[in-house]
Structure formats: C-alpha cells, structure tokens
Write a protein that binds this ligand. Sequence first.
Ligand SMILES: [Zn+2]
Length: 258
Amino acid sequence: MHIVFQRGALVSDMRSPELCLIAQEQVRQGGWTILRRHFLGYWREQPCYALEIDELDQLDPMQFQTGNLYQILGRVDEQLFALAGRASQLLDWERDHRFCGRCGNEMQVDMDERAMRCDPCGTINYPRIAPCIIVLVTRGEELLLARNANFPRPMYSTLAGFVEAGETAEETLVREVREEVGVEVCNVKYFQSQSWPFPNQLMLGYFAEYAGGDIVCDEAEIADARWFHYSDLPMIPPVSSISGQLIQHYIEHLTQSI
Ligand SMILES: [Zn+2]
C-alpha cells in the first residue's frame, strides 16, 4: 500500500474508506512518476510506503483529491493517521536535505539508518522532530482554555509552545504559561505524547495546577483566555488531538471523584 503526496499535498482516494491508502495497482494504472519513496511500516500486515509523485502527473478528479493531513485527522484510524504523518515528515525531510548544510555537496539517503549522509564531509541529518509542550492548567473544577489569535474558528484550547534549545520540557511549560496568560503553575504531571505532523511536532502533554496570578493574555498569540467550569465548556478540540484528550481525561477524573 502507498501513501502518496504530490507537491507536498496528500492524495486521497475518495472511493476508498481508508482515504489515504492507495494500492500498488492504482499507482501503476495512473502511470505516476515516483520521485521519492520511503518504507513506513506495515498496515494490516501489508508493507506500506510513502511516495512523492511528480507534480505533472495527472490525477483523475473523479477519484482523487489533494489536500492536507488535517482533512483525514479523526476520519481514518489513528494508526493509519500516524503512518500518513510519518510519510509526510520523511518526504519533507528528504526534500529539505538534498544538499549538505555544512559543505554544500549533494547528500545521499541511507535507508538502513534513515539518515541523509554527506560522504565528502561526514555530516549526517536525521528526520527533524520539534518537541512542544501542551498543557491543561486546572483550578479545581475549572479549566484554563485559550483562543489562539490565529485560530479561524472560535475554539478554545489548551496552551502549547515549542521547547527551546537548552530547556527542559518542564521549564518550557512554566515559561509558556507565564508568557501566554500570565499565571503561575505547580504540580506539573506528565500525561502522554502525540506525534503532530503539522509539520513535525512531538506534543508532550501535561496537566498543571494553578498556583497564582491573574490572566493577562499575550495579545500577539492569544485572543482570549478564561477559566471555564467543566460543565460549561466552549467549543474545544476533538479527542483526535491531545488537547481534546487532556480535557476529556481531566473531566473524567473530576466526575469520577464526585
Ligand atoms: Zn558535507
């Protein structure tokens, strides 16, 4: 099976319930030119590959559409989404590391180690993953949720930010919460992580308890942030995202302990 990208866009088969899985037969019938190919793993015991096809290849508009990974999030099996996310990240990584950043020579793909190598100078580049923290700040029955200034929809979510060079995840968490909404937190507890291929984040999910301060939003990033009682929440992210899972998990914990 294949997960196919063209000009960086995911190719979906509208006739298939699995949307982003495209059979070998269809790749052949379409006469598509394969520019890049990576082994991804197995899907229901069948080997699965990421393919980047040529931008001039014709796709039958009655069967295929191109789009981004968001369009299949929550619509396909979680494991399949993870494979599609891996596909997108590996193809982007190979495209962006064709030349050595140190000496400028062409790099070679090392399929065994999944690395890009520069033989003349010995530089090795591995796929890039950007760690981010994502945190649900709570105060008893209330949840601190914020609306991002760049969200197109009136959705309130947990706070998140990139880990900077030299920082621990816990330090990032404290800094981000302070910068974005001006409050202090304590009792930081790790929840779980999620690969988030938009484009290459690893989201590290945490719970933290409110420790002090009034909400003061960083206007560049946050349009609005408030405390919401768990029984009266605004529009929140779906449980296909770790943000939705943090919220759901906390509410389950609250309602079980009442
Ligand atoms: Zn080099």
